[in-house]
Write a protein that binds this ligand. Structure first.
Ligand code: XIL
Length: 433
């Protein structure tokens, strides 16, 4: 998806007002109703202004002998009706959301998902209302799709794609070739180079073809470089690899060619972590993709994962890095953003840390929104109830996402929303410290 800068619009306020209540922060079926005086006045018949009340098609006047009883019953009925309508509209898609704001700006707002959670009402409703793109957190990885050498299992991956189609969302596929997340039969067996070559080709062909026209973008290769910019040793590269060990990025190139052959319309991305700023790793990736573009290797974009573990982000460097990749006519997707905070034994983070976290979300989102080539902003999950950070940090950190564990929006959500709504992205070059 290319951004159209013309589509950038001012967002209106998130609050929805009617005569009786203010629904602040409508999202995902949660609406905190602030009842106005008028609401009580309606229910209990206290009206300082009106002496005529409509009642079943007639006007009811103060002189009517049944005025009190009829008015009270009318008031109760209409109050209940209004409450019902209010809660119904709160549960249906809200007028304002990250999704709508991103759409107006021409940026996809995405999140990683776990299909086994779709049955949880708040999970699905929040997803559908707040996001325009989903990516399976694990469901399209090798270990999920190919648990045994003889078995392809697309059950969970299909559920992600079906959910997206039902809710008019895009699907990002993740990931076709990675040194991690491979099934044990693949890791443990000593396949030859030729066998590995055939296995990877078959996998890419089979998976990409199955979702042709339904998955709009793929992370073709994930995390191939180390922090010094050298290629990581891996099954696909040199252990023993698919036939290009010691041949620089040729194995990556091969994977892109296979993916392109299987779906020429799909956008193909190289995805990595720790390469969000200008550094040795991003330099190596930059050199690779520049070479790919020059030689016509089918690559469309770069995924910047954006896992932030220390409540610090150099948004100035990130902006420059985004700019150099987009200058190559590549799209940038922020693919896996989360901002981990230290947590206590109950999983709580301090208010100060949540405020710092929010500023980081704001700065990164603003860096993306400011660059027309940054076409998707995705978080790695959306509720603190389900995040990989606790597992990754052995419980030391968490609370990393825009919604808390009860699906209430956090300061980070407001920061994302504010950044999206801002005409000129704020704090573009300030480093949140
Ligand atoms: C993580 C998932 O979130 C976990 O559920 C899984 O156990 C391990 O992988 N970079 C990636 C993602 O590209 O696929 C990883 O996802 C997080 C780091």
């Amino acid at each position: 998806m290319r951004k159209s800068p013309e589509s950038v619009q001012n967002r209106t306020s998130r609050s929805q007002n009617d005569a009786f209540c203010t629904c602040t922060f409508v999202q995902s079926g949660i609406c905190s109703l602030n009842l106005h005086w008028d609401f009580f006045a309606l229910i209990f018949g206290y009206s300082s202004q009106r002496t005529v009340t409509p009642y079943l098609g007639k006007n009811l006047e103060r002189g009517d002998p049944d005025f009190g009883a009829k008015k009270m019953s009318w008031n109760l009925a209409s109050g209940i009706l209004l409450l019902g309508l209010g809660s119904l509209s709160a549960q249906l898609s809200p007028a304002q959301s990250l999704r709508n704001c991103g759409t107006a700006r021409g940026v996809l707002i995405g999140t990683a998902v776990r299909p086994q959670l779709f049955s949880e009402g708040l999970y699905s409703r929040t997803l559908a209302s707040e996001f325009s793109m989903i990516e399976p957190e694990d469901a399209m990885k090798w270990w999920m799709i190919r648990p045994e050498q003889a078995t392809f299992d697309f059950t969970q991956a299909d559920r992600v794609v079906e959910f997206a189609e039902k809710h008019s969302m895009k699907v990002r596929g993740h990931t076709l070739a990675w040194g991690w997340s491979n099934p044990s039969w693949l890791n443990q067996n000593s396949f030859t180079t030729e066998q590995l070559n055939r296995l990877l080709q078959e996998h890419i062909e089979r998976v990409v073809t199955r979702y042709r026209g339904r998955v709009f973008a793929w992370d073709v290769v994930n995390e191939a470089f180390d922090e010094d910019g050298a290629l990581k040793a891996s099954l696909w590269y040199n252990r023993p690899g698919i036939g290009f060990a010691g041949k620089s990025t040729e194995y990556i190139e091969q994977a892109f060619h296979w993916a392109h052959a299987a779906d020429p319309e799909a956008l193909l991305f190289y995805n990595d972590n720790g390469a969000e700023t200008l550094n040795k790793k991003s330099d190596a990736i930059y050199a690779m993709v520049k070479d790919f573009k020059y030689r016509g290797v089918p690559i469309d974009g770069i995924g910047m994962q954006m896992h932030i573990f220390d409540l610090q982000a150099d948004s100035h460097s990130i902006s420059k890095n985004i700019a150099r990749f987009t200058a190559l006519d590549l799209q940038v997707h922020i693919t896996e953003m989360d901002v981990a905070a230290p947590v206590d034994t109950m999983g709580r983070a301090s208010a100060a840390d949540l405020a710092r976290q929010a500023e980081i979300y704001r700065a990164i989102a603003s860096a993306c929104f400011a660059n027309a080539g940054c076409s998707a902003l995705q978080t790695w999950g959306f509720t603190d109830k389900y995040s990989w950070i606790g597992w990754k940090t052995k419980g030391a950190k968490g609370n990393a996402l825009p919604f808390d564990r009860y699906y209430s929006p956090k300061p980070a959500y407001a920061a994302l929303e504010g950044s999206c709504a801002a005409k000129q992205p704020a704090s573009l070059h300030s480093s949140p410290q």
